[in-house]
Ligand binder design. Structure first.
Ligand code: CMC
Length: 449
């Protein structure tokens, strides 16, 4: 809660000058120095590599307290949403700001179901891409391509339609990107199924064989999507906001978010976790030895799925997933070796001085991959699952940004450290200098010609 006694301004002294800057308070008591007048008043800018101390906006969507392991969407604790809501309900909550009424939720389901099909020419789009393409760039390209089918939204109604189309078509695109990669025919959505059962069927049914979804798996997937639905100003969401600040098309902004999510330090970590567990299982099976490597600064190995820029205690999403992971693996009896190794790694790391002193705990990605593996989802689709989950958060932030009265194009500044002004040197006076590989190749090619 905000502290009424907290100072409302900050005085910054620079040389003989002193400027007073306002301090803003959030509803949960976080405070920020508003530096928007700093450059005009002093000529100075702030520098904050990785934005660890920089707020980019004021937002009412998600609250995180990384010290205490708290995550809330629109005020509702993630634990309660995980236990009692559904992904589409959470999507509505994030996008609209309030939980839907029963009628609103039914209407949302109905709307989503009506938009699950992709335009038939999309089949040619998929077949134009290489078979062995990673599904993440395929997803990013396909979502970006939606902008070519649905023109720039202008009215409120068209923006709403674009949001629904994204929620509805994302699972279809995700499943198509997988089917394309394994050379199987695309399976059309079946609208009698719920969101996650429909996705699992599009992934695993074939024209020769139906796929009956296990309700436990559909529920586990729904839970995973809920847990990934938003996480305030993370790398991909900030990307969506930054691209959106130029008033780019919604589909283009979401596509850029997908690309940002792909990196191994962000959403790509879930794939890296399972590859790490697999390499331990395939090697000497020693969790102790891997933890020792992760601590060694001369070794590139990191304990993937551990550590977080914001959480300095147990990530609440990881705590929920650990429980679900045990249930799913217990019921299916698969991947238990992976789960054993993961639990051993966690046990060792949580009692190791290196991880304790740096406040490194399991994050959301640590157990998600084991659940996906148990479900039969291939490793290269893990980050796609993350993107499906994060979609409502990206949409909510895009909408919030556009409605913000302080909305301006995002344009950070820099401290220039390059050469100071110097006169142009004509080419004949520049000497040979070091010959680049490209120049050598060019010279060889010209000599051979
Ligand atoms: N294994 C070993 N050492 C680590 C790890 C790890 N997973 N994470 C951080 N450290 C060390 C790091 O080497 C540094 O040590 P020192 O102070 O001696 O130089 C210290 O802890 C601080 O780490 P940092 O890299 O400066 O922290 P950051 O806030 O910049 O990075 C992170 C956060 C998530 C990128 C990082 O913890 C990491 O690379 N983790 C593994 C990848 C991962 O699981 N990513 C998923 C994040 S959660 C999903 C999402 O929201 O995208």
């Amino acid at each position: 809660m905000s502290d009424p006694a907290a100072p409302k301004t900050v005085n910054l002294r620079y040389g003989d000058e002193s400027v007073e800057l306002p301090v803003l308070s959030g509803t949960e008591g976080e405070r920020a120095i508003d530096v928007s007048s700093l450059r005009a008043k002093t000529g100075l800018i702030t520098l904050d590599s990785g934005y660890g101390n920089t707020g980019s906006c004021q937002s009412a969507i998600t609250f995180i307290d990384g010290e205490r392991g708290i995550l809330r969407y629109r005020g509702y604790p993630i634990e309660q949403l995980a236990e009692r809501s559904s992904f589409l309900e959470v999507a509505w909550l994030l996008i609209k700001g309030e939980l839907p009424s029963r009628a609103e939720l039914a209407a949302l389901r109905e709307e989503v179901v009506r938009h699950t099909l992709l335009h038939e020419s999309f089949t040619q789009f998929f077949s134009a891409l290489p078979r062995d393409a990673h599904p993440m760039p395929v997803l990013a390209a396909a979502v970006g391509a939606l902008a070519t089918f649905y023109q720039e939204p202008e009215s409120e109604q068209l923006i709403h339609d674009s949001c629904i189309r994204l929620l509805a078509k994302m699972p279809t695109i995700a499943a198509y990107s997988y089917k394309h990669s394994i050379g199987q025919p695309l399976i059309y959505p079946q609208n009698s199924l719920d969101y996650c059962s429909n996705f699992l069927r599009m992934m695993f049914a074939t024209p020769c064989e139906e796929y009956a979804t296990d309700p436990l798996l559909a529920r586990a997937l729904d839970l995973l999507l809920i847990l990934h639905a938003d996480h305030e100003q993370n790398c991909s969401t900030s990307t969506v906001r930054l691209v959106g600040s130029s008033q780019a098309n919604l589909f283009a902004c979401i596509s850029s978010g997908i690309s940002a999510l792909w990196g191994p330090l962000h959403g790509g970590a879930n794939q890296q976790v399972i590859e790490m567990l697999q390499s331990i299982a395939d090697g000497d099976g020693s969790a102790e030895r891997f933890v020792a490597r992760a601590k060694d600064k001369n070794d590139t190995a990191r304990l993937m799925g551990f550590g977080h820029r914001i959480y300095k205690s147990y990530d609440p999403r990881a705590a929920i997933l650990k429980k679900t992971c045990k249930e799913v693996v217990g019921k299916l009896g698969t991947s238990s070796r992976m789960l054993e190794i993961a639990m051993k790694l966690e046990e060792i790391a949580l009692s190791d001085e290196y991880f304790i002193s740096r406040k490194l705990y399991p994050n959301v990605d640590f157990y998600s991959g084991v659940i996906y593996t148990a479900m039969g989802i291939p490793v290269n689709m893990f980050t796609v699952m993350f993107a499906m989950g994060r979609l409502p958060g990206w949409i909510a932030h895009w909408l919030e940004m556009r409605a913000d009265p302080a909305f301006r194009i995002g344009r950070p500044r820099q401290i220039y450290q390059g050469a100071t002004e110097r006169a142009y040197i004509p080419i004949e006076k520049r000497g040979e200098g070091p010959v680049s590989r490209l120049a050598r190749r060019h010279a060889r090619a010209s000599a051979g010609a």
